[in-house]
Design a protein around this ligand. Structure first.
Ligand code: IP8
Length: 256
């Protein structure tokens, strides 16, 4: 089994609220179907989550009642994105089922406290493709909080020990610096705790779930539970399919 995280930067236009990159989504769904591999899918929120979550400071948890309509709105928006993902996967020939974290997960001060893994197991056993996503979730201390797709990847990797965890992003892999700003940035074929310090993780992000530093730490956490953890470019045709088929793919391998 493979665990695939479809990043919000590939599925959506992060500069424009609730804007889908429909052609990318269609192609990635077709690549997953063409691989004929068993997958569990997690997707990010992109512009269906981060923009309004940041505006209303939802990542800080409950601050005042004014945030409550925004919680409902962001939950609704990430569901709209999820529906688009389900439709694309169904059209590609898969049988996706949606498992919304707001209904099956609980946080405690931003950390995952519980996740109903049994529903993932049961749907998998029946031949479905479970699909979950970044969401707004109940939190024991903050009342509500943001549950990122990366947090779900970690929990699912630990529970199911998949062959691989594939993070699909809008860059070829992890670079020594931000490749969108620095020409000297070099693609790293492998990243682990030992060379983490050599990476410039200061690039600004609009994501409420943090920048590259936190993401790499979570990926290193995922790498502990899988044979192969890789970051590949989902904007390049065939990269996800290649990653699902063989270990030899352009991207960055993350090691524990
Ligand atoms: O895009 C964030 O999930 P991510 C979820 O996987 C929300 O970090 C609602 C912003």
């Amino acid at each position: 089994m493979h665990l695939v995280k479809l990043g919000g930067s590939v599925l959506t236009d992060k500069a424009h609220v609730t804007t889908l990159r429909a052609a990318n989504l269609r192609r990635l769904a077709a690549e997953i179907a063409a691989s004929r591999q068993e997958v569990v899918i997690v997707h990010g929120a992109g512009s269906f989550g981060h923009i309004k979550a940041r505006k209303h400071r939802l990542q800080e948890g409950y601050l005042d009642d004014e945030q409550l309509p925004a919680v409902a709105e962001v939950q609704r928006d990430v569901r709209a994105l999820n529906l688009a993902v389900l439709d694309a996967l169904r059209r590609a020939g898969l049988r996706p089922v949606s498992l919304p974290p707001s209904a099956i997960a609980r946080l405690d001060d931003g950390a995952l406290r519980s996740l109903d893994l049994d529903v993932f197991r049961r749907y998998r056993d029946l031949g479905f493709t479970p699909v979950t996503f970044g969401d707004v979730v109940l939190d024991a201390r903050r009342w509500f909080a943001i549950c990122s797709g990366d947090l779900l990847m970690l929990a699912l990797a630990e529970a199911f020990r998949p062959e691989s965890a594939i993070f699909v992003a809008d860059v070829d892999g992890v670079y020594t610096a931000d490749p969108k700003r620095s020409r000297a940035a070099k693609l790293l074929r492998e990243v682990g705790p030992a060379n983490l310090a050599a990476i410039d993780t200061t690039a600004k992000t609009e994501d409420v779930t943090g920048g590259l530093g936190g993401k790499l730490e979570r990926m290193i956490g995922v790498a502990r539970f899988v044979d192969r953890c890789v970051l590949v470019n989902g904007l390049k045709k065939g990269r996800l399919l290649a990653a699902l088929r063989s270990p030899r793919v352009v991207g960055t391998r993350v090691t524990p």
